[in-house]
Each structure stands twice: as structure tokens, then as C-alpha cells.
Write a protein of this length. Structure first.
Length: 63
């Protein structure tokens, strides 16, 4: 898990309205990490980082 900048007032100040997130709405972290794992396939991500991201996704799916 990480700090969610999109949930802060600073993000709302600097992000276009179409990208703003309601801080009271829950986030789907499984979806966030699924997208990150998919993105790893398109970018030159080191194997250890790919494995770490997949591991996080696996844990989230079990919870």
C-alpha cells in the first residue's frame, strides 16, 4: 500500500476536474494493482519489481 495523493486537497488543487477523486469514496486497490501489473508488461520494469507488484496483487485478492 502507499500514500494516496489523489485523496488529498493538494491533488484537487492541481488535477483537472475530470481526474479528481472524492476522498470519501473507497478505492478499489485490487483494480489499482491489476492495472499496475498490466502496465508492467508494456514498460521496461525490472523482474524483481514485477514480482513484487504481482505479490501485492496476490495478497489483495486473498483478502
Amino acid at each position: 500500500m502507499s500514500f494516496q495523493f489523489v485523496k488529498t486537497h493538494l491533488y484537487k488543487t492541481h488535477a483537472p476536474e475530470s481526474q479528481q477523486v472524492d476522498p470519501s469514496e473507497p478505492m478499489d486497490f485490487v483494480n489499482v494493482w491489476e492495472e499496475r501489473v498490466k502496465a508492467n508488461e508494456y514498460f521496461n520494469v525490472p523482474a524483481d519489481q514485477k514480482a513484487r507488484h504481482q505479490g501485492i496483487l496476490d495478497v489483495l485478492r486473498r483478502v
